[in-house]
Design a protein around this ligand. Structure first.
Ligand code: ADP
Length: 780
């Protein structure tokens, strides 16, 4: 009890002192170099009492070990260093600080002279990390009873916050400067040394901070030296007056490339206190993008205006719903007969005459709906100098839109097309006229495209077929062709198209009563400038009556030739008897006459034979007696027979390889005979005929060449038609009926062969025929 009381009494100086007082009282001091508080000297006791009870941060460094005793306020400063710091040696608690403070403390311990430091920056380990802190210290010696310095009384005040506040202001300014959204730099002295240049300025120059800082600006940016800037800076520097440039081009080397930039800037002189100029602050704003965009806009505006004003088309730009003339180009003014003063006025006031022509309404409609409107060769009259003048225009009314897509006006682009429109009108009129004529004509008229598809047919066709345009157009007319003639028609059409010649064919068309009626169908190609067929014009005439007449004629011929045959044969027989008798009597003169008569009877017989064959063919009654024979021998025989009949022509025969064919030898000899006779007949000015046979892979060919009058190209196919003769004029020179080749064709066709004109011009013709070895094989 006594000892406790002693302690209590002896530690009474530690009473109070808040949390740290409590801590000091209860901690075990015996382990520390100051030992138990009961043994503390009076000076320490007094100091400890003052320290613990003070509201200011106070600390005692005691003895040479600098043992620490501190109060609540100090504890707050050192944060987590408590509780380790209490009673500990300074070196253990503040190893990071001691090197700075120790000399000071030791000096006080030694001399006893009070000391201190303001805003001392110390890096202390606090809250688990290193912190830069500022402290204001006051150190005063604590003297013991002997008057020696036993320790140091330290009043501490952390000023970190205050110092930082000032620092922050300058950092803030620095940050503001560096990150300012305009380029700023300070150029010092007459050489304009770059003292500072913010990020924007560095970017503007295309240089890094190191490349420019502390260098004369024109050394850092040599490419700018020769430009106007040096002169401007010099003036500012000399006159001390600010210079403002709204827009200046500057050539800068950026990323290794010269670039033109545009800049708006201020040069502001920097004055010293004594009024002298020590530098210039440059504040710049790069406006390259805006300038380029503006220039582009200006350029396109210029082009737009240029285009409008130089255009040969008439252009009018109207604004708003009142259609106020905003732009009218030269072409438009000329056409309207107006001056530039129409700009700014409502169009419909300037041209009231267009209202009654419906154009005002049309313009309003375009403005209201935003939909364009087109006019093609439209007649419009305009009053020029009081005279009403009619012209034709092709135009477009186009809505003009604002930035948000709203209609703000109407653009009119027009071309005067009066000559063309008048021509088209005339064309239309003449087409109408043509159609009227075509409808009045007795013939049936068609227009067709190059491929034969019909684009027009006249009234006669409509009346005849009962078909409407839709049914007939294109290839609808194929439905009224006689099935037997479709193939032939197609063949002839293709051939005529290929040769670009007229097509002519007798063919039947179905009428609305369901009967086929014979027509002569003629189509003539219209050729374009490149030699291609543009279209066909077809004229088709009804020849049913002619056909009926022909049929009658054929019947008559058939009957007449039959009737003639017998008496002529009898006359021939009598003639031969008379010849024999006269020969016997030696009456040469009469014999000559009778034998000439015999020659004429032969010709008559041939003619009757042809007529008979013709009628038989028509009736399908020609009888064929077929068998195999040597083709070359056969031709040789015919040629030899023919040689006896002519004294004017030499008939040569060039024989091909041997060939046996199956056919009617007699009918074929009639064909060869006819071809050679024609060759002789149509070559009065020549004296030779060349007959050639040739063995082919699939049959034989025979050609008969003469050197006579030839056949025009367009007649070469027609000569095989019945009664067709090339020239009527030469009838007397070249008598004939025009059925020989027709009979030949029928015979050759029956034998499965072909006959054609190989070549014919004014130096002669070559007729050819081809026969298969055995036509039955093909027929099977
Ligand atoms: P024609 O009895 O008129 O000779 P064809 O049927 O034999 O009758 O011949 C028809 C037409 O073909 C003749 O009228 C003639 O114009 C022409 N023709 C036939 N062969 C020749 C030829 N070798 N040279 C020129 N024209 C010919």
């Amino acid at each position: 009890m006594l000892s406790q009381k002693t302690i209590n009494l002896s530690t009474n100086f530690l009473s109070g002192g808040g949390e740290m007082g409590e801590f000091v009282r209860t901690m075990d001091w015996s382990e520390t170099s100051v030992g138990d508080p009961g043994g503390w000297p009076q000076s320490l006791r007094t100091a400890a009492s003052i320290c613990l009870n003070s509201k200011f941060p106070l600390l005692i460094w005691w003895g040479n070990d600098l043992v620490k005793i501190y109060n609540d306020a100090y504890r707050n400063l050192i944060a987590t260093k408590h509780p380790k710091a209490m009673g500990a040696m300074g070196a253990d608690v503040w190893p990071e600080v001691l090197p700075n403070v120790l000399p000071l403390l030791q000096k006080i311990l030694k001399d006893g002279e009070a000391s201190g430091s303001e805003d001392q920056l110390l890096i202390i380990e606090r809250n688990g990390r290193q912190e830069v802190c500022d402290f204001t210290f006051s150190y005063s010696a604590i003297r013991d009873e002997a008057g020696d310095v036993g320790g140091i009384f330290c009043a501490v005040n952390e000023t970190t916050k205050k110092v930082n506040a000032e620092g922050k202001v300058s950092t803030l300014l620095n940050n503001l400067f560096m990150q300012a959204p305009v380029a700023i730099c300070i150029l010092r002295g007459e050489n304009y040394i770059v003292e500072v240049a913010n990020k924007m300025m560095q970017e503007f120059w295309g240089r890094t901070q190191i490349e420019v800082l502390n260098k004369p600006v024109f050394e850092a940016l040599p490419e700018v030296k020769e430009q106007v800037f040096k002169e401007l800076l010099d003036t500012v520097y000399k006159k001390g007056e600010r210079f403002v440039a709204e827009e200046l081009p500057i050539d800068l080397l950026r990323c290794g490339q010269m670039e033109q930039a545009f800049v708006k800037f201020i040069y502001e002189p920097i004055f010293e206190e004594d009024g002298t100029i020590s530098g210039i602050m440059a504040v710049a704003n790069e406006i390259t993008e805006q300038v380029v965009a503006r220039k582009k806009a200006e350029e396109s505006e210029f082009r737009y205006h240029n285009m409008i004003h130089t255009s040969t088309s008439m252009i009018l730009i109207l604004k708003g719903k009142d259609l106020i003339v905003r732009v009218a180009n030269e072409a438009m003014l000329q056409t309207l007969g107006k001056g530039k003063d129409i700009v700014g006025k409502p169009l419909l006031e300037i041209l009231p005459e267009i209202i009654e022509q419906g154009l005002g309404e049309l313009l309003h409609q375009v403005y209201e709906t935003g939909q364009p409107s087109y006019g093609y060769e439209l007649p419009v009259y305009i009053i020029r100098n009081g005279v009403r003048e009619l012209s034709y225009y092709t135009f477009v009314y186009q809505a003009q839109r604002g930035l948000n897509g709203e209609v703000v006006g109407v653009a009119v682009i027009a071309n005067e097309v009066t000559p063309q429109a008048t021509l088209n009108l005339k064309l239309k009129e003449s087409e109408e006229y043509f159609r009227q004529i075509a409808d009045l004509m007795p013939a049936k008229i068609t227009n067709a495209n190059a491929d034969g598809s019909v684009t027009y047919f006249n009234k006669n066709w409509r009346d005849f077929t009962g078909m409407n345009f839709e049914d007939f157009r294109n290839f609808g007319y194929h439905n009224i062709l006689h099935p037997d003639e479709v193939e032939e028609f197609q063949k002839r059409f293709n051939s005529a198209a290929e040769k670009r010649i007229d097509l002519e064919m007798e063919m039947r068309f179905l009428n609305k009563e369901g009967d086929y009626v014979w027509h002569l169908n003629r189509a003539s190609p219209v050729i374009d400038e490149n030699g291609n067929i543009k279209k066909w014009i077809g004229v088709t005439s009804d020849i049913q009556k002619i056909k009926d007449d022909e049929r009658q004629k054929e019947n008559f011929l058939s009957m007449a030739s039959h009737e003639l045959r017998t008496p002529v044969t009898t006359i021939k027989a009598y003639g031969q008897i008379a010849e024999m008798m006269l020969q016997k009597n030696g009456d040469k003169e009469t014999l000559e006459i009778v034998s000439r008569m015999g020659g004429q009877i032969d010709k008559l017989n041939t003619l009757i034979g042809e007529l008979l064959d013709f009628t038989k063919i028509q009736e399908g009654k020609l009888i064929y007696k077929e068998g195999f024979f040597d083709f070359n021998e056969f031709v040789k025989g015919v040629v030899e027979d023919m040689r006896h009949t002519t004294i004017t022509h030499k008939i040569s025969y060039i024989k091909g390889d041997n060939a046996h064919i199956f056919g009617d030898k007699e009918k074929l000899s009639q064909v060869v005979n006819n071809l050679i006779s024609n060759g002789i007949k149509y070559s009065p000015g020549s004296d030779k005929i060349l007959v050639t046979t040739q063995l082919q892979e699939d049959g034989v060919t025979l050609s008969i060449q003469d050197y006579g009058i030839g056949i025009a190209k367009e007649a070469q196919e027609k000569v095989f038609e019945q009664f067709y003769r090339v020239t009527g004029d030469s009838q007397s020179t070249y008598p004939g009926m025009g059925i020989g080749l027709y009979i030949c064709t029928e015979i050759i066709k029956r034998q499965g062969g072909k006959i054609w004109v190989e070549e014919s011009n004014d130096t002669g013709s070559t007729f050819c025929l081809w026969l298969p070895f055995d036509h039955r094989e093909h027929n099977d």
